[in-house]
Design a protein around this ligand. Structure first.
Ligand code: FAD
Length: 332
């Protein structure tokens, strides 16, 4: 692919229950935002999986001009080999200047491989995208556990970026929008070199951490598993969910699935409330991009206060009940 014929933005999407996943819809909004600086160019997307045609209609309503679809069994399409092949096929058809994909569990594996196969580089873990005056993709990505925001200019074409879920808000769907659906003939099953033996779905109570707009996380400062019930109560009032530091997980107070951080989940909620968490860089690597961070810590010099937008220096046992009383008042 040469630089001169590359145009537009291609989103390598994921399908969930016959619709583009939430992270894919966010990327479509990110793609549309970039196209404001690329007049006359198109937003395309590739959607491979079960009910790809249904998902395509939803993608068009979300702003896509051309959707490349590949109907395939969901188990096949959820394999990285298949999505790499689908992405490549769509990139051949669309010749994009920019390829975006969600930095989900699947995307983390698909996008580096896709970038390699396209002979280009990958910008990982992006939280914001823009174009410079030469129309080169520039991305913002947190480094050193979120302590620094690096701006990276992508010099190769196509520029491939893995974008953190929740970095963008999905646009409101407009079912009156027109777009083109281009079915691609590719036998995805033949691209998968591994055999899926069994799929085990862990039951998730309440909201998944990655999807939550509000997260209340607890750390070693809580002193045991029991106080996490209080955090659940607070999260419930705020329609959120509960996370934890690794110290709380290592102590066996909560399951590992609740861990936020470098070796846990990366989250980007609107509000992250850290209770009894010191703010170690490995923890902040997972939550440092939250839009608003609120800290409750009895040590006024705790590192978490350097990251927090709002903080209360005090014992959570006193602060939390008072905070919840106020909240109950407000919600009455
Ligand atoms: C390779 C590697 C990967 C790691 N990955 C992760 C990761 O993914 N996620 C993660 O979280 N950590 C991770 N860690 C561990 C990390 O370095 C910290 O040890 C951990 O985050 C500390 O957890 P904490 O803040 O709950 O505990 P602490 O550091 O012990 O902090 C507890 C805090 O609670 C406060 N406190 C105590 N009592 C009260 C009270 N009554 N009221 C209010 N505040 C109180 C204290 O002042 C203190 O600041 C990793 C470490 C390594 C080396």
């Amino acid at each position: 692919m040469t630089d001169s014929n590359a145009q537009g933005v291609l989103v390598v999407g994921e399908i969930e229950h016959g619709a583009p996943s939430a992270a894919t819809l966010e990327l479509l909004a990110a793609g549309r935002a970039l196209l404001r600086k690329l007049p006359g160019e198109h937003l395309s997307a590739v959607l491979a999986g079960e009910r790809a045609a249904d998902a395509a209609a939803r993608a068009i309503a979300a702003g896509v001009d051309i959707v490349y679809t590949i109907e395939a069994d969901a188990d096949v399409a959820s394999h990285p080999d298949a999505l790499v092949a689908a992405g490549l096929e769509a990139a051949k058809a669309a010749s994009p200047r920019i390829v975006l994909g969600p930095r989900t569990v699947l995307g983390r594996e698909v996008l580096p491989r896709l970038a390699f196969r396209l002979g280009t580089a990958l910008a990982q873990d992006c939280t914001a995208l823009d174009l410079d005056d030469q129309r080169r993709l520039t991305v913002t990505r947190p480094i050193y556990g979120g302590a620094i925001q690096a701006t990276v200019t992508c010099l190769s074409t196509p520029s491939v970026a893995a974008v953190r879920p929740k970095a963008y808000d999905a646009e409101v769907a407009d079912s009156g929008r027109a777009g083109t659906v281009v079915p691609l003939t590719l036998d995805l099953a033949s691209t998968v070199r591994a055999r899926l033996v069994e799929r085990v779905t862990r039951p998730v109570e309440g909201k998944r951490l990655e999807d939550a707009r509000v997260i209340v996380s607890g750390g070693r400062g809580l002193g045991g598993p029991e106080p996490f019930k209080k955090l659940e109560e607070l999260a419930g009032l705020l329609h959120g969910t509960v996370g934890a530091s690794r110290a709380a997980v290592d102590a066996g107070w909560v399951p590992a699935a609740m861990q936020v951080g470098l070796t846990g989940k990366t989250v980007t909620p609107d509000v992250y409330i850290a209770v009894g968490i010191s703010g170690a860089s490995q923890h902040m690597a997972g939550c440092g991009s939250a839009k608003t961070i609120v800290a409750i810590n009895k040590d006024p010099n705790a590192t978490i206060f350097k990251h927090a937008h709002y903080g209360v220096a005090g014992d959570w046992q006193k602060v939390l009940p008072a905070f919840m009383d106020q909240l109950h008042e407000l919600l009455r």
